[in-house]
Design a protein around this ligand. Structure first.
Ligand code: COA
Length: 485
């Protein structure tokens, strides 16, 4: 039985186990995968940014982590969007673990009221599991970049050749620094970041752009500096106007991989080989830092012909396709529900009375903001039927219903169902009969399997009798079964 739950990053042994699974899933079959290091990711999870929530989620079997997900969302902008990165080690694939992690992401997105899910995918060859998985979930490829690598230390000979071929830099001056931006350049550097955001192609990815300020730059650099040494070269005109910059990151705890990040030349300064000069100067800085790193990575949009030309001249070779994906979710109301089974295999159901007639359903209800699914389940069961004692209920079914009329203000409902085995009890929760009636609940009853089979009225889920039969005959599924109406 697979259980998906959040990892507490302060539990170092658990975080380590989670990281091992997450990393193994991310790098399997990829020669040039670049995954955030253990220290970097651990630091960022244990020291949350005020701008971004980052949650590590694990798929557990008997307390062993078999797969991992990073679930992230921004807190002050891009408020409709979440990002997911799901990674399952090769030996645990095709057992539904990726899907179980995805279902957690779908429920949490619904809870947050966010409807855009974004993901990144490194594809070294076709066919590729991640691409098939994402396609099956309904993700669209919105943007494609080439992921390129050049070996380090950088070839001095090539640098000399490049220097010779571009000649002298006229009309501009270059300034280089390592670490955070010197105060006198902060405003210009922040403005160049804003220009970069506006200019960099991202295809059909949904992005709300927020201009960079000096405060935001300082906060962002302070966090980054904890884990990466930034090497920056900036270009100014001779009268001091900023014209462009290039940025390299040396991860402090990764001896292998360095990253060539942004390179920008403002439009009015293009065509003077400034991009090549910037990169040359920054590679000279890199040589001075005598890094241990053996590979320098970069990413360039397939549509960005000029930058691809520059990359080729610097000796970068493509290793993977880097895809950016997006999926639009309906706005669903999330709820937690319980299949409560007594010692005689009877099931406790509640009767709703709606305008279009009665309906027997499992107890439970809508999640409140901020509570986990199991917390919501506990609250609902105390309120509705008075059931308190249960631990780690198996997750049986994940149901997404897109249809009008199920929940006002939503496109439909999302229900996660859990199994609770208990001695029979007289259902009596903290809600009064009048309060229950206000929620359309009019009766409760324990049902035998044959009563379920004989009943002619409606159930939710519609095929509840067959689902209960399967559950009581075969036991709970290893990973939650996906249900429609
Ligand atoms: C993608 C990944 C997370 C899938 O994990 P998983 O636990 O094997 O996923 P599931 O078992 O839930 O697969 C669900 C469905 O995805 C599709 N799928 C998954 N792997 C596939 C493959 N190798 N070939 C074809 N289809 C595949 C299938 O439709 C599968 O359903 P099925 O097994 O009933 O046919 C895993 O392969 C992985 O970690 N890859 C590397 C990282 C990555 O690319 N992550 C995705 C970015 S978010």
């Amino acid at each position: 039985m697979i259980l998906v739950r959040e990892i507490d990053p302060a539990d170092l042994a658990l975080f380590d186990e989670w990281y091992d699974a997450f990393r193994a899933g991310a790098v399997a079959g990829r020669k040039a995968a670049l995954v955030a290091g253990r220290e970097t990711l651990g630091y960022s999870l244990r020291n949350p940014s005020p701008l971004k929530q980052r949650i590590a989620v694990g798929a557990f079997e008997d307390d062993r982590v078999l797969g991992g997900m990073l679930f992230e969302y921004r807190l002050t902008d891009n408020l409709d969007t979440v990002e997911v990165d799901i990674d399952v080690p090769a030996e645990h694939r095709r057992r539904g673990i990726g899907t179980a992690l995805w279902q957690w992401a779908a429920t949490r997105s619904a809870q947050l009221g966010r409807t855009i899910v974004q993901a990144e995918l490194g594809v070294p060859c076709e066919p590729w599991a991640g691409a098939a998985f994402a396609e099956r979930l309904g993700f669209q490829v919105e943007h494609v970049e080439e992921h390129l690598v050049v070996p380090l230390p950088y070839d001095d000979l090539r640098l000399d050749e490049l220097r010779e071929s571009v000649g002298r830099l006229d009309g501009y001056q270059l300034t280089s620094w390592a670490g955070v931006c010197p105060p006198e350049h902060q405003q210009a550097y922040a403005d160049l970041h804003t220009a970069m955001d506006l200019d960099v192609p991202t295809g059909g990815m949904t992005r709300e752009l927020v201009p960079w300020t000096v405060d935001k730059l300082e906060a962002s650099e302070a966090r980054i500096d904890r884990n990466y040494l930034a090497l920056v070269t900036m270009a100014h005109t001779l009268d001091g106007r900023p014209a462009g910059y290039t940025l390299l990151y040396l991860p402090r705890a990764d001896a292998e991989h360095a990253q060539q990040d942004d390179t920008l030349v403002l439009r009015e300064h293009r065509g003077h080989k400034l991009g090549t000069h910037l990169k040359l100067a920054n590679l000279e800085q890199l040589a001075k830092h005598r890094t241990t790193q053996r590979y320098l990575h970069t990413w360039t949009a397939l549509s960005n012909a000029p930058m691809r030309k520059v990359n080729a001249r610097f000796g970068f070779r493509p290793v993977e396709e880097h895809r950016e994906l997006e999926l639009r979710l309906p706005r669903l109301r999330p709820a937690a529900r319980a299949v409560i089974v007594d010692e005689d295999e009877r099931i406790l159901l509640v009767r709703f009375e709606f305008d279009d007639g009665p309906l027997w359903a499992t107890p439970g209800g809508g999640l409140e903001p901020g509570e986990t699914v199991v917390e919501g389940l506990r609250r609902e069961l105390v309120e509705e039927v008075g059931l308190r004692d249960f631990t780690d209920p198996p997750h049986l079914w994940h149901q997404e219903v897109v249809a009008e009329g199920h929940a006002t203000g939503y496109d439909g409902v999302l229900n996660d169902y859990f199994l609770i085995r208990t001695a029979a009890f007289d259902p009596a929760g903290t809600l009064s009969a009048a309060e229950l009636r206000a929620e359309n609940v009019h009766a409760m009853k324990w049902w035998t399997r044959s009563e379920l089979a004989a009943h002619k009225g409606r159930f939710a889920p519609r095929d509840l009798p067959a689902l209960i039969d399967r559950l009581l005959t075969a036991g709970p599924p290893t990973t939650p079964t996906q249900l429609a109406l």
